[in-house]
Design a protein around this ligand. Structure first.
Ligand code: ADP
Ligand code: MG
Length: 266
C-alpha cells in the first residue's frame, strides 16, 4: 500500500457529538483536511443509547464501562448510533467537509466472555458485543481519495451475518493500529484525571504503567477504563500517538499534552 487510507483517526464520544463543542470540532477537522491530513472519523453513542433504552423502558447494564447488549439493547444501539451518525454528518457538512456516514467497513466477531475486574473474577458474557476482526480499508481509501470524510459508526458485522455493538474506543484504536495512524479520542472529560471529580488534576502525559496503576487503584473508572485498556493494546499494533482530549484536536497533536492527555507507551 503506498498512500495509507488515512493518517489520523478522530473518535468522537456520544456526549461530544451532542454537546456545544461539536461545531468547533468540525471546524478543526476541516482545517486539518485543508492542511492535507487524511482524516477518518469514528463515533460512539453511549449517552444516546442509554437515554433511548430508558425511554423504551429498558434498564441499561454497563459493566466496567462496557455495555451488556442483549437483543433489545442491540436494536436500541442500532437506532441511537444511526441518529448520532446523521446528526454528526450534518455538523461536519456545515463546516465545509464532505462526510459520508458509514455503518459498513468494520468486520467483527462475537467477543468471548471476559473478566471485568470491577464485576468479579468470573468471565462475563456481554451478549452482542463484538471484537474487530478487520476493516474495509479499500473503501475508506476510495472515499478519502475522492475528497470525502468517512464517518464510521461503532457497529460491526460478522461472516455469520450478525451485527455487533463494539465499544467506540476499540474501533478507533484498532483502526488507528491498522493504519499506523495518529489517534485522537475526543471525550467529555478534560483528559485523564487523577481525581475524576477535580478537573484541575489532569495528567498531561500518562505512561501505560501509570495508567494501569490508576485503573487498579480505582482512580480511573467507567468508560475511561476501556478507553485506556484499548489504547494500551493499540500501541502494540503500531498506533503512532494517542491523545485523549475534550476538543482542540489540532492543538493536541501539534503540542502533545498541552490539551488533555497524551499516552506514552513507556
Ligand atoms: N480518572 C478519570 N479521568 C477522566 N475521566 C474519567 C475518570 N474516571 C472515570 N471517568 C469517566 O469516563 C468518561 C469517559 O468515558 P465514556 O463515558 O465512555 O465517554 P466516551 O463517549 O468519550 O467514550 C468521562 O466522561 C468520565 O466521566
Ligand atoms: Mg466510552
Amino acid at each position: 500500500m503506498s498512500t495509507p487510507p488515512a493518517d489520523i483517526v478522530v473518535k468522537l464520544g456520544g456526549e461530544v457529538v451532542a454537546g456545544p463543542e461539536v461545531a468547533a470540532l468540525a471546524r478543526d477537522l476541516a482545517q486539518l483536511t485543508a492542511e492535507g491530513r487524511r482524516v477518518l472519523v469514528t463515533h460512539g453513542g453511549g449517552p444516546q443509547t442509554t437515554a433511548l433504552s430508558q425511554r423504551l423502558g429498558l434498564s441499561p447494564r454497563i459493566l466496567g464501562g462496557r455495555r451488556a447488549t442483549d437483543d433489545a439493547t442491540l436494536e436500541v444501539v442500532k437506532m441511537a448510533l444511526g441518529q448520532v451518525n446523521v446528526d454528526l454528518c450534518a455538523k461536519l457538512r456545515a463546516a465545509g467537509l464532505r462526510p459520508v456516514g458509514l455503518h459498513d467497513g468494520v468486520r467483527a466477531r462475537r467477543r468471548p466472555p471476559m473478566v471485568i475486574p470491577a464485576v468479579g473474577p468470573e468471565p462475563v458474557d456481554l451478549g452482542h458485543v463484538g471484537d474487530v476482526t478487520g476493516f474495509d480499508l479499500a473503501l475508506f481509501s476510495r472515499l478519502i481519495d475522492g475528497g470525502y470524510l468517512p464517518v464510521i459508526a461503532c457497529l460491526g458485522s460478522g461472516d455469520d451475518g450478525a451485527v455487533y455493538n463494539i465499544n467506540g474506543d476499540l474501533v478507533a484504536n484498532q483502526l488507528a493500529g491498522a493504519l499506523k495512524a495518529q489517534l485522537v479520542l475526543v471525550t467529555g472529560a478534560p483528559g485523564v484525571l487523577r481525581d475524576v471529580r477535580d478537573p484541575t488534576t489532569r495528567i498531561a502525559r500518562l505512561t501505560v504503567a501509570e495508567g494501569r496503576r490508576l485503573i487498579a487503584e480505582g482512580a480511573v473508572q467507567g468508560g475511561m477504563v476501556p478507553k485506556l485498556e484499548e489504547s494500551f493494546a493499540a500501541f502494540d499494533l503500531g498506533v503512532t500517538s494517542i491523545h485523549i482530549v475534550p476538543g482542540r484536536v489540532r492543538e493536541a497533536i501539534a503540542a502533545p499534552g498541552s490539551v488533555g492527555t497524551v499516552l506514552l507507551p513507556s
